[in-house]
Design a protein around this ligand. Structure first.
Ligand SMILES: Nc1ncnc2c1ncn2[C@@H]1O[C@H](COP(=O)(O)OP(=O)(O)O)[C@@H](O)[C@H]1O
Ligand SMILES: [Mg+2]
Length: 363
């Protein structure tokens, strides 16, 4: 049961950062239970880390923070530090270097959603640009067999150059880009069979000159099908970013997407809530269209990180249609800032999961 005071405690805990990170212990999902009875606060924490000192640091910080709250007389902190999977066990799961189609890519981040139309491609494109703006070497692969949209969002209409049997991707807005849309004929209804999907995705990974990258962002088709499976079998994924919108139905879909990645042992990096608030084009005021903080609550519920929310704004549609993502069109505006926030959260979460699971890849 929770009460008002317990929510005050939760809020206070959001001010406690995980050592060495700028994210807090609540958003990392480390706080499992809070109980407050007559001035005594008991907090249960569970975290997986290779750094034993981190547990003690967090304990001290939690005690200090909660003692400072008015009405708190005693604080009990129960910390369970779980040992992340051992290197041997993880290595078995790792894809062998021969099978890995893109050994020069350090982190592959899949952007996924339970259903179409939630802004998955918009998030993937702007996340890629935002990561590049933060100084990383970034690639974007549009592997959405049902509706590749990166050619339009990046304003690229040519076909990629093929030299020998290597495909040369485009570089635009600081991002190395490749899309199935560059290769498919437009207007051809695409009927894909499993093996075709597999082959196409393998080709987009293995036959493309990606070069050395820090992050490769994948725009995957919605749902859970052959494309997702191929990806999880042929390249080590750092994890999946699940895009959702604040409506209840979309959240249920997000839950399905999450379950699928967990089933194939792909860590879920976290949830991005898209089209959450409305920014008035006339006065600039922000209005919550749906219940506030839905994305954060869903992330808590699904025990994953909340990576941020992106406002609903017609400017985002215009940018996407004109081939100039909002992060490029207005790099200092509020939307770009929202995407930058998501990009930073992704970088941190990937780093944290790397530390937790040193070589964990997939299946
Ligand atoms: N935050 C946003 N505000 C306004 N429109 C958006 C936003 N995100 C996406 N859109 C628009 O919604 C439509 C669907 O987005 P898209 O990224 O193509 O979704 P998906 O890849 O999930 O099918 C596009 O027209 C896009 O411009
Ligand atoms: Mg799309």
């Amino acid at each position: 049961m929770s009460n008002d005071f317990e929510s005050t405690v939760w809020d206070a805990l959001k001010g406690v950062k995980f050592p060495g990170m700028s994210r807090d212990i609540v958003s990392f999902g480390f706080v499992h239970q809070v109980q407050a009875v007559a001035g005594t606060v008991a907090v249960d924490l569970q975290m997986a880390t290779h750094n034993p000192a981190a547990g003690e640091k967090v304990r001290e910080e939690v005690e200090r923070t909660l003692r400072a709250l008015p009405g708190v007389e005693a604080v009990k902190v129960n910390i369970q530090v779980v040992k992340p999977p051992g290197r041997e066990e993880a290595a078995q799961k790792a894809i062998s270097q021969d099978a890995n189609l893109i050994p020069e890519v350090r982190h592959v981040v899949a952007v996924a959603s339970g259903k179409g139309g939630v802004g998955k491609s918009t998030v993937a494109a702007n996340l890629a640009v935002a990561l590049a703006q933060l100084g990383h070497r970034v690639g974007l692969l549009d592997a959405d067999i049902y509706g590749p949209s990166v050619p339009m969002m990046f304003g690229i209409t040519e076909k990629p150059r093929v030299v020998g049997n290597r495909i040369h991707p485009f570089v635009k807005y600081g991002v190395t880009v490749m899309s199935l849309g560059f290769i498919l004929e437009t207007d051809t209804p695409v009927i894909w069979r499993g093996p075709m999907v597999m082959r196409a995705i393998e080709q987009m990974l293995g036959d493309v000159e990606w070069g050395a990258l820090d992050y490769l962002v994948l725009d995957l088709p919605p749902g859970t099908g052959d494309a997702q499976l191929t990806v999880t079998q042929r390249i080590p994924l750092a994890g999946a970013v699940i895009v959702t919108t604040p409506q209840k139905v979309a959240l249920i879909d997000a839950r399905k997407g999450l379950a699928m990645f967990r089933k194939v042992n792909v860590p879920v990096i976290g949830i991005v809530e898209n089209m959450s608030t409305f920014v008035c084009p006339h006065c600039g005021e922000t209005t919550d269209i749906f219940k506030k903080d839905g994305g954060r609550r869903t992330a808590d519920l699904l025990e994953t990180a909340f990576l941020g929310s992106i406002p609903l704004d017609p400017k985002i549609v215009l940018g996407g249609d004109a081939g100039v993502p909002i992060t490029v069109a207005e790099p200092t505006g509020p939307h770009a800032e929202a995407f930058r926030h998501v990009a930073e959260a992704v970088v941190e979460e990937v780093a944290r999961q790397d530390e937790m699971k040193p070589r964990l890849s997939i299946v």
